[in-house]
Design a binder for this molecule. Structure first.
Ligand code: KG4
Ligand code: ZN
Length: 340
């Protein structure tokens, strides 16, 4: 179960010998409601979670054709996120755990984004043949890019997360969302910018790619927002120019992320690079990072599109990597870091 922000989600995932099987994955998004305000309003999000959570859990169970008694664990996101949203999921999960006598596992949302790469992913091969990917090899360097986080982490094994670098200000997703807002696009901005970028010229405007020469593995995106603001200030922007701006913004963000991820992978002798989080749904980022990683002869993993943005299949998968805890001792933590 997942309620960190403005998506109420529930899924049933089964651990199999080969990995995971997703039996159902239900996501009820409030994006349309928050679009009216230009961003997520915490109070409104929490109220909508209250209304959605039980029907969403019920639907996930029905679609999976599974009885509550047959569940061996309940996994629920305990942080990081909006505190009032998190509380709805955690309190509901506690009630279910108590009523059904099912072990409850608290989940770190950021780790779950990374575990989404362990969910089934079928790649389409030439001549329509499908091929399953092999096991993920460690060490893994993961780039987690979401609406609130941009982090590079090293995993020596599936339960060991070490922070290598992070954004010093805005997250990559935030950079997409804030620049989209400046251009008058609707919330959430990332998918909108990506869509219009397809029809634009990525070299139209040379927006900054800060920190590339910083010698560390950190990022910074707040300068991009300011640069876009100054670029369009006090004038009308034509639809054609909007496309060019979107392409240039997307290029600046992708160009900032790719070299440092590759640098981290080489420095820490990673065998696999994982790209995860909502921004991992961005096609240009998937393509650019995928190419750069394979140039270094490393494995590249990115979850299926539906498991990049917030969903509960990744939370359920994370439930198999985590440990059950007495429901009385499970607390929400709005600022839970990926390392805990
Ligand atoms: O992981 P996520 O669904 O929620 C958080 O945990 O924050 O990430 C949401 C972020 C938003 O900033 C959204 O604009 C961005 O992911 N996003 C994208 C795309 N799809 C979602 N950014 C760029 N291109 C996309 N296709
Ligand atoms: Zn997320």
């Amino acid at each position: 179960m997942e309620t960190i922000c403005d998506e109420t989600a529930s899924a049933d995932v089964e651990k199999t010998a080969a990995g995971f099987r997703v039996r159902s994955s239900v996501v009820a998004s409030q994006a349309k409601i928050h679009a009216r305000y230009g961003g997520v309003v915490p109070e409104v999000a929490a109220r909508n979670h209250v209304g959605a959570i039980i029907p969403v859990v019920d639907r996930a169970l029905r679609q999976a054709k599974i009885k509550p008694k047959a569940l061996d664990r309940i996994a629920v996101t305990a942080g990081p996120g909006l505190i009032t949203s998190l509380l709805v999921g955690v309190q509901t999960a506690k009630a279910f755990a108590l009523a059904w006598k099912t072990p409850l596992v608290p989940i770190n949302h950021l780790r779950a984004h990374v575990y989404a790469a362990w969910l089934p992913m079928e790649i389409q091969k030439a001549k329509g043949k499908r091929q399953k990917l092999g096991k993920i090899k460690f060490p893994v360097v993961a780039l987690v890019v979401s609406g609130g986080h941009t982090e590079l982490v090293l995993m020596k094994n599936a339960r060991n997360f070490k922070m290598l670098g992070q954004t010093l200000d805005d997250a990559a997703g935030e950079a997409f969302d804030k620049t989209a807002k400046i251009l008058g696009l609707s919330y959430p901005g990332g998918p909108q910018v990506a869509k219009l970028a397809q029809r634009g010229n990525p070299q139209a405007v040379a927006f900054p790619r800060p920190m590339l020469g910083s010698g560390d593995l950190n990022f910074s995106f707040s300068g991009l927002k300011t640069a876009v603001l100054y670029h369009v200030k006090g004038r009308r922007v034509s639809p054609r120019e909007t496309n060019d701006l979107c392409a240039s913004i997307q290029a600046a963000i992708v160009d900032s992320l790719v070299p440092k991820t590759v640098a981290a992978a080489t420095k820490y002798r990673a065998k696999t690079v994982v790209l995860a989080g909502g921004v991992a749904a961005n096609r240009r980022l998937r393509e650019r990072l995928g190419n750069a990683v394979s140039d270094h002869k490393l494995d590249f993993r990115v979850p299926d599109f539906s498991y990049c943005t917030d969903n509960a299949a990744m939370i359920a998968a994370a439930g198999y990597f985590g440990k059950p805890k007495d429901w009385r001792n499970i607390k929400v933590d709005a600022n839970l870091p990926i390392t805990q």
